[in-house]
Design a protein around this ligand. Structure first.
Ligand code: GLY
Length: 401
């Protein structure tokens, strides 16, 4: 009897140890995609910092002829190249990326005074904001505060929002869903100054957006135009989607990330609920393809023969990862969905081969389909949110070990 018990015990220990090994292997396999993607990012960004020496030309995407498309410091995307370098430094601890990130961040110094659009939030958060987080460099703080002051000049109490664009005569006070992302700059400025004026404007903007940008199915309209005198909604339209009633994919992603961030900064569950509703729309959408990388617009007419938007997928994964840390009911669902998206983005279908793709990391992003611009190619913000998502995923895995 004792012999049988001994044999049983040894057999079970072997089984348990095999299972543990399998678990460890599968855990290692799970994060292999993070290592693989950062290896590609390292190669691409190393070449980029060697090749790109003109600090007035910020990598944005590819031109139709295949050459690199760059934009000036004032363009909404300018912070994402330095931001990607900051993330690469965070992962690799390689000083060459830190030096490059500092150099490209400093090249945006004048933007702190840019009052010409809401995009100052994108520009400064992704560059100076990430730099401050990683280096605690005191010199970055006044830049962030000044940038928030610039953004505040676009806030209208009557509307309860920050004005997005000035360039159209058709609109009086356009607010786009993307603008949710710029609120992070205001929350940061309140933390740095101890003055709630910035934070209160951000909360006002988020609440107004929740009320006027969202439909019953929890999808978002792209542009809401307001009367700046009365705060009345004048029109609800699209700019980058297929039509006014459609769900432009990146717009849904901005909303998801934006409301999740608002909950992080305020702990007001109204924003958590909103983020969860958006997540539900995205996760359960019947026209999401099997690999979870959305078509550029959920209502594009020729699905499945429509371009994908890997940048929207990266923002969605990134947002879902943070939301998974807040949600009581759906943490597992959000985490596993985000993991799947990041894994798929790390596949050869979406991840560039080193030395290709104009040194960008992701392929198959779509910028502005109705304008026939930046279709099915790289986009610097796709790379930025992809890297941020991978780092967040690593951090979460580390915490649950
Ligand atoms: N903020 C512009 C875009 O998402 O294309």
């Amino acid at each position: 009897m004792r012999k049988i018990f001994l044999v049983f015990t040894i057999a079970s220990s072997i089984l348990i140890s095999c299972n543990n090994q399998q678990e460890k292997q599968s855990e290692a396999r799970d994060s292999d995609f993070v290592a693989k993607s950062f290896k590609v990012a390292n190669a691409q960004l190393s070449t980029a910092i060697d090749q790109y020496q003109d600090l007035t030309k910020f990598p944005r995407s590819a031109n139709p002829d295949g050459t690199l498309h760059t934009r000036a410091a004032s363009n909404w995307v300018s912070g994402f190249f330095p931001g990607s370098l900051w993330f690469m430094y965070e992962y690799s601890k390689d000083d060459k990326f830190k030096e490059a990130a500092i150099k490209w961040t400093m090249a945006l110094n004048e933007q702190q005074y840019n009052k010409g659009s809401h995009d100052i939030g994108f520009i400064i958060d992704s560059s100076y904001g990430q730099g401050l987080r990683l280096t605690k460099n005191e010199a970055y703080k006044p830049v962030i505060i000044e940038a928030a002051n610039s953004l505040m000049t676009r806030y209208n109490e009557k509307v309860g929002c920050i004005k997005s664009w000035d360039w159209s005569d058709n609109w009086k006070f356009p607010v786009i869903i993307d603008n949710m992302m710029n609120l992070e700059l205001l929350f940061e400025a309140s933390k740095l100054t101890g003055n709630d004026i910035y934070k209160n404007a951000a909360i006002d903007h988020a609440r107004t957006t929740m009320k006027n940008h969202y439909r019953e199915d929890n999808s978002s309209i792209h542009v809401v135009d307001y009367d700046p005198e009365t705060g009345e909604v004048l029109e609800r339209v699209t700019h980058q989607g297929i039509n006014d009633e459609s769900a432009w994919a990146r717009g849904q992603a901005w909303g998801l990330y934006g409301f999740t961030m608002c909950f992080r900064e305020t702990q007001d569950t109204v924003f958590l609920d909103q983020a969860e509703k958006i997540a539900e729309f995205i996760i359960n959408h019947p026209r999401t393809p099997e690999d979870l990388i959305p078509y550029w617009d959920y209502d594009a007419p020729n699905i499945p023969n429509e371009p994908r938007d890997a940048s929207a997928a990266a923002i969605i994964a990134d947002g879902l990862l943070e939301l998974s840390t807040f949600s009581e009911a759906n943490a597992e669902l959000y985490l596993s969905r985000a993991e799947q998206i990041l894994k798929n983005l790390s596949s050869d279908e979406y991840l560039a081969a080193p030395g290709t793709n104009n040194n960008f990391i992701l392929k198959h992003c779509t910028g502005h389909k109705p304008k026939n611009s930046e279709i099915d190619g790289p986009l610097i913000y796709g790379d930025y949110f992809f890297l941020e998502g991978l780092l967040k995923y690593n951090e979460l895995k580390e915490k649950t070990k």
